[in-house]
Design a protein around this ligand. Structure first.
Ligand SMILES: [Zn+2]
Ligand SMILES: [Zn+2]
Length: 655
């Protein structure tokens, strides 16, 4: 039996006895870092310094250096224990559930007699400071099952967890000061390293997410290694709250979800519908310029079609149940995707290589049965509107087609001011289609990316079993990432539908097929736009571009004339002639984030000028001739300018 193991740490290695603690290895191989090391990374796993090594290992030191995810993991896992330590001090009888680190923070679940109040959170935070001040070491101990049972005899949730640990697995407990937890770790060396933290909220949470079990009280918090990072994060949270698309959707009267209508189904009110209309027009105009053809297909189809496409086999749990019509043996289903329909259109006649590529585009709503618990505003819905397209081409045409799509993605992302990144996912272990086919497809995707000189991440083996793909993720104004366009090759559907084209050799060949969506779904994309622009849409996209305010009764006619003139010129205009003061109506227009508010008073009515208030501008208002204003507005719309302040000049002086 081996009594020694080989451990490599940041490149240098040593032979050490089995059971040597990480700390000892560190002191031997990287004594310079022994003071700063918080733990080590072993492949995917992060180990704390007390962990005893039982097999050969390749380790890397984890320090608090900026943005090290391993360090943050250690910190937040430790912060959860500090939280539980504090709660147990204040509520000695509190039951303890799970307390893991999560993305951006941590939580811990407690069984307490009543929900936590904001005052409780303050008291707990103060107590946590004491635990940090005390600088308790986190002590790891491996124990037998019997010993663990005795230690947690009063903690039913821990006992339940204990019984699930498979026989033969290591059972470890961690102590910091008075608090003992059944936990796998890892943790920081001491509580004193948890310096910059904040409790964020408390909410009920069912034990193990099971609504038949007891509801526990969950406290969420976050922790960072520097005050600046914590403050930056808290600021981002505030910004996210201010930009929340559900809140702005209500405030700007864009959309609603109706209780009577059912969850996950969006009602677009006139202003939200205008947004959607403008986005559709934008993308459809682009598609027509790029040689796509529009198609419209039914929202409903016989199950036979979804049987043939394979959706009923592979996708059943996301499809709404069937409905039987006129006693037909096979039911009908609402469509979860448009692909089968577009396949039928392609297959409706014989195709020649001269007809290819065929690009069918359809902005269409599809329906997916997402669990009610997962629905979220516009981001996860049951009725989703895709800017979908399916391209049928020869294998040799894939590269150029993908290049064209990447160009469109770039155009759309740039128009909205989104930074984005691309990832190429290649053949997975389980796949269909010949190696030749995959070689050709992957080469085509890679070459298209390279021809556009785009940097991309490579997700080796991350493709779907039916084809390789390119995904686009974009960043909004506050740095959050959103799922955007997908470009997906598909070897299965052309096969299942027996698609063919006649080649130059007069023989039938199988076409290649590409699914692609640029916005993804309009629901999610509009949700993203609302948050990105915080509801202040650029002029070309604003549901209302101009609001007119007559100062007095006597200026109404002039304002109505101007409204008609602007509308006839293609602008979206509202007249606010309510019996309210001008300042009240100006404020109201600002709350609705309308780009331009024009005030029409005596001088304007007689001189053919307007007093223009620009959204977000520093000056109060600019008086200018109506003509000049219209020229500016037209240019801003044509350029899809994102910043009205920069593009409006003041030719007629200030008011
Ligand atoms: Zn832990
Ligand atoms: Zn498709």
């Amino acid at each position: 039996m081996n009594t020694s193991i080989r451990v490599t740490l940041d490149g240098s290695s040593a032979e050490v006895p089995v059971g040597t603690a990480v700390r000892e290895v560190l002191e031997r191989l990287r004594p310079d870092l022994a003071g700063q090391a918080l733990g080590v990374r072993a492949g995917e796993e992060v180990l704390d310094l007390q962990r005893r090594l039982t097999q050969d290992a390749k380790l890397e030191v984890v320090t608090a250096a900026d943005g090290d995810p391993g360090a943050l993991y250690l910190l937040r896992h430790s912060a959860a224990h500090v939280l539980a330590t504090a709660v147990r001090e204040l509520w000695p009888n509190a039951g303890i559930g799970f307390g893991p680190p999560i993305e951006d923070g941590f939580y811990y679940d407690f069984d307490v007699p009543r929900p936590f109040t904001p005052e409780d959170l303050e008291a707990i935070e103060a107590k946590m400071r004491e635990v940090v001040e005390a600088d308790h070491p986190f002590e790891r101990r491996e124990v037998s099952r019997g010993e663990a049972r005795a230690l947690f005899a009063d903690d039913p949730y821990k006992l339940e967890r204990l019984e699930e640990i498979p026989e033969g697995d290591v059972i470890s407990v961690y102590r910091d000061g008075p608090f003992l937890d059944l936990c796998r770790g890892p943790h920081l060396p001491r509580t004193g390293l948890v310096q910059h933290f904040k409790l964020l909220s408390a909410a009920g949470a069912y034990w193990r997410g099971d609504e038949r079990r007891l509801m526990l009280q969950r406290i969420y918090g976050t922790a960072f290694f520097s005050r600046q990072s914590l403050e930056r994060y808290l600021h981002r949270l505030e910004e996210a709250k201010r930009r929340d698309h559900r809140m702005l959707g209500k405030q700007l009267d864009l959309f609603s979800i109706q209780e009577d209508g059912g969850p996950g189904l969006i009602y677009w009110h006139p202003k939200g519908a205008m947004l959607q209309f403008l986005l559709r027009r934008f993308i459809e105009d682009e598609l027509l310029k790029r040689g796509y053809e529009l198609v419209y297909t039914p929202h409903l189809a016989s199950e036979a079609l979804f049987q043939r496409s394979g959706h009923l086999q592979a996708y059943a749990e996301l499809m709404f149940p069937g409905m039987e019509l006129e006693g037909e043996v096979r039911g009908y289903r609402v469509k979860p995707m448009n692909c089968p329909m577009h396949m039928l259109i392609y297959a409706s006649q014989q195709r020649s290589y001269r007809d290819l590529p065929k690009r069918y585009a359809e902005v269409a709503s599809v329906y997916r049965f997402e669990r009610s618990g997962t629905l979220h505003g516009l981001l996860r819905v049951r009725s989703l509107t895709m800017d979908d397209a399916h391209i049928f081409c020869t294998p040799e045409q894939i590269e150029d087609e993908v290049l064209g799509m990447l160009d469109l993605v770039d155009h759309v992302m740039t128009t909205f001011g989104f930074e984005y990144r691309l990832a190429l996912s290649t053949r997975p272990a389980k796949r269909i289609g010949s190696e030749d086919l995959w070689d050709a497809a992957e080469t085509a995707l890679r070459r298209a990316l390279e021809r556009r000189t785009l940097a991309y991440a490579l997700d080796e083996g991350g493709g779907a079993f039916y084809g390789a793909k390119i995904d686009c993720k974009f960043h909004d104004a506050i740095g959050r990432e959103w799922q955007g366009a997908t470009i997906q090759l598909d070897f299965v559907l052309p096969e299942r539908f027996g698609l063919a084209y006649i080649g130059p050799d007069n023989a039938p060949h199988r076409p290649a097929m590409i699914h692609r969506a640029i916005f993804g779904t309009l629901e999610r994309f509009i949700g993203g736009l609302i948050e990105h622009f915080a509801g202040a849409f650029p002029v070309w996209l604003a549901p209302v571009q101009v609001r007119l305010l007559p100062v007095k009764e006597g200026h109404r006619a002039a304002a109505a004339d101007l409204a008609a003139r602007l509308r006839a010129a293609g602008f979206r205009v509202e007249l606010d002639d309510r019996n309210e003061t001008v300042s009240y109506r100006v404020r109201d227009g600002e709350v609705l984030k309308i780009p331009y508010i024009l005030v029409i008073g005596e001088r304007e009515a007689s001189a053919g000028t307007v007093a223009v208030r620009r959204r977000g501008a520093e000056e109060k208002q600019i008086v200018m001739p109506v003509e000049a204003f219209m020229v500016q507005l037209r240019r801003e719309v044509a350029e899809r300018s994102r910043d009205p302040v920069q593009s409006l000049t003041a030719p007629a002086g200030r008011a």
